[in-house]
Design a protein around this ligand. Structure first.
Ligand SMILES: O=C(O)CCC(=O)C(=O)O
Length: 258
């Protein structure tokens, strides 16, 4: 059982729990209507989405990349005030890095445990660089591929790696919850031994001075971006890291949106 906090919690309290434990689960973030709308729309997208190309993606798992080009159902979640309040405290200046819908299919094996921030060649220990959010759209259970993670592993000394199954916890979550976890927390998708897929969406954020994992300025058509809330435009990359990292022809990138 994973300890939880309610959606009415103060961002400072959620951020403290995140920094202390490496993860925090907040309940009641999406109501049933929003969960259903997101599921239905992602089902439409998933009907056109191939399965993974390697063990990390999972050969029985589908991944919806370029998420904000394909569905409008996570626009609000991406700029949820509580989530952004937590990110303000933990990352300071940040952007969306990897927003991905992940449907783990029946028979999928457990994904290798990893740290999301390990893709950046920054020597350890370092301040938080990456914060991920997992939004389950199905019940996440031990059997159907709930995210696995190692509590406290965000604080491990440099070079320590996972050693055994006994240290791994399972994120048993319900649709409407969000699990927020540091990029330094060891985690991975679970094995799905049921006959039904498990759907969740990760919205991963990274410090504003890093390169985003997905190049949203190319992945999301500009005509689509123009219609989005300004904060979401900024998070997709139409922003600068002060004083001017990310400029376009000498000006702020929001100017290209007109
Ligand atoms: O699907 C999950 O539960 C986690 C997936 C994950 O960590 C990843 O693909 O990087």
């Amino acid at each position: 059982m994973t300890a939880t906090m309610p959606a009415r919690s103060a961002a400072e309290d959620v951020a403290r729990r995140l920094l202390d434990d490496g993860y925090v689960v907040v309940t009641g973030m999406l109501d049933a209507g929003r969960v259903k709308a997101a599921r239905d729309d992602l089902d439409r997208v998933l009907a056109m989405t191939p399965t993974g190309r390697n063990l990390f993606e999972g050969y029985s798992t589908q991944r919806v990349y370029a998420l904000f080009a394909k569905t409008r159902t996570f626009d609000e979640a991406a700029i949820d005030p509580l989530v952004l309040g937590v990110l303000d405290q933990v990352l300071g200046h940040y952007q969306l890095s990897a927003p991905v819908g992940i449907r783990i299919g029946p028979g999928e094996k457990a994904q290798i445990l990893h740290r999301d921030d390990a893709i950046y060649p920054v020597p350890e220990p370092h301040p938080p660089l990456v914060v991920n959010t997992m939004w389950p759209l199905d019940e996440f259970t031990l059997q159907n591929g709930a995210t696995r993670f190692i509590p406290g592993s965000h604080d491990w000394p440099p070079g320590r790696t996972p050693t055994g199954a006994d240290e791994i916890a399972t994120a048993v979550l319900s649709p409407g919850d969000v699990m927020i976890y540091l990029g330094s927390l060891w985690h991975g998708g679970g094995a799905n031994s049921t006959d039904k897929p498990r759907l969740g969406v990760i919205l991963e954020y990274a410090a504003g001075w890093l390169r985003q994992q997905e190049n949203h300025c190319l992945a999301v058509p500009r005509e689509v971006v123009k219609e989005l809330p300004e904060r979401l435009q900024e998070l997709l990359g139409y922003n600068i890291y002060p004083p001017f990292v990310g400029y376009v022809d000498g000006v702020h990138p929001r100017k290209v949106l007109g």
